[in-house]
Design a protein around this ligand. Structure first.
Ligand code: SAM
Length: 394
């Protein structure tokens, strides 16, 4: 149908099941999940919804074509056969970016040039002119080749979706917002959750938790490239944005306690929480991890934390000591669940207890695991989007 599009969202490795769940929640259909990428169908308004609402997607692309190509001729002919004019007008800009992995066509600059020439050839035939000034809206073409399969996309997002607009300032080793959102989902943060981060840095985990709990769309404060596109001049983005504003749950009982022993981190967390519009839900103070105690309350709590790894902050021995201290202050058997992301293979030994479940996640290029220690009263501690790839210890 004319209004239908196939979309593609990349995500961090390990978050595919979380993102699939999010995509289904906003109405995406016919999902195809691959390592680090999810394809799905929707109508044009889905482009706006996906950009506004997906917490763990890195960006949203419209799929223009997918095909196998092992030679430049195959790449050129199949690219020129695609209906680029459905979106890109005669004056618009269409630069090409590329990537290639495990493929015969491995020279990315050459592939970019071929794709550009093929689109120009298409436009010469469709628009009956040979010179294109490219002064209009930006339609960034992305050509990715993996095992000889070419995927051609138009990027609708612009700056990556992890750029929510609240964290212009970060400490030395911030966790990416999309990864923090994935951890928040796996820890099952809800509207009435009580959340802690005793090593909060710039506050990403508690801010993402607050935004999820209050149902604040992560993209609500930012613009997207596709807002300038001709097909979205009918108010689609504005309508979806208004709807997102109406869906904020200000009545949610969510509360978070964030602390750090570094005063600058305390200041940053406060500043970023204000920018994100969740400052009233996050209490921030300077404190050492060794003084951490969950509140003495009936309300179940969730500790989310991203301790120093000993690579960028402190040295390895100090980082290991922090794992031991966490094992002492994160007391088992109470009403609190603990979710710690760490690259240390010996984490459970240092912490002193095996995790109930673990999940492989990448923090940038660092291979980490999320160690999950569930709160006692929850007899069915499955994350909303957990898949069977978690390692279970029971
Ligand atoms: C990797 S950073 C956390 C980054 C954070 N997740 C973010 O997105 O910005 C680790 C934090 O732990 C804090 N930290 C290190 N040792 C600590 C201790 N003993 N008590 C409290 N905070 C500590 C550091 O100051 C740093 O801000």
């Amino acid at each position: 149908m004319e209004n239908q599009v196939r979309l593609c969202c990349p995500c961090l490795f390990g978050l595919e099941s979380v993102l699939s769940f999010e995509i289904k929640k906003i109405g995406g259909e016919n999902l195809e999940v691959t390592d680090g990428r999810i394809f799905f169908d929707g109508d044009l308004s889905m482009v706006a919804r996906a950009n506004l609402w997906l917490r763990t997607a890195e960006r949203v692309g419209i799929v223009i074509g997918r095909f196998r190509a092992e030679s430049f001729t195959e790449l050129f002919d199949q690219t020129a056969a695609l209906p680029w004019e459905r979106f890109i007008g005669v004056d618009d800009r269409f630069p090409v970016k590329g990537s290639s992995l495990n493929s015969k066509l491995h020279s990315v600059p050459d592939c970019q040039k071929i794709v550009k020439r093929a689109i120009v050839r298409r436009f010469e035939q469709v628009y009956h002119q040979s010179l294109f000034n490219e002064t209009g809206a930006l339609y960034q073409v992305q050509c990715s080749i993996y095992k000889d399969m070419v995927t051609l996309l138009l990027d609708t997002t612009g700056a990556g979706l992890h750029k929510r607009g609240y964290r212009s300032n970060a400490n030395e080793a911030p966790i990416k917002e999309t990864l923090a959102a994935g951890i928040v989902d796996l820890a099952r943060v809800r509207g009435d959750s009580l959340v802690y981060d005793p090593m909060c840095g710039s506050g990403t985990l508690v801010i993402e938790a607050a935004m999820k709990a209050l149902n604040i769309a992560p993209g609500i404060r930012r613009r997207f490239t596709a807002q300038d596109w001709r097909c979205f001049q009918d108010g689609t983005f504005e309508r979806e944005r208004r709807e997102a504003v109406a869906q904020v749950r200000r009545d949610a009982a969510f509360l978070a306690y964030a602390s750090d022993n570094d005063p600058e981190s305390v200041r940053l967390t406060q500043e970023n929480a204000v920018k994100a519009g969740v400052a009233s839900r996050i209490k921030v103070k300077r404190a050492d991890l060794s003084d951490f105690r969950p509140l003495d309350t009936e309300r179940p709590g969730i500790v989310l934390t991203n301790p120093p790894y000993g690579e960028r902050l402190l040295d390895l021995q100090e980082a290991e000591q922090i794992c031991r201290t966490m094992g002492e202050v994160f007391v088992p058997g109470d009403r609190t669940g603990y979710y710690i992301i760490s690259p240390h293979d010996s984490f459970e030994e240092l912490f002193g207890r095996p995790a109930a479940r673990r999940r492989k996640l990448y923090n940038g290029s660092i291979r980490c695991q999320l160690f999950m220690y569930f709160q006692k009263p929850d007899k069915h501690p499955r994350g909303s989007a957990e898949s069977s790839d978690d390692t279970k210890h029971t």
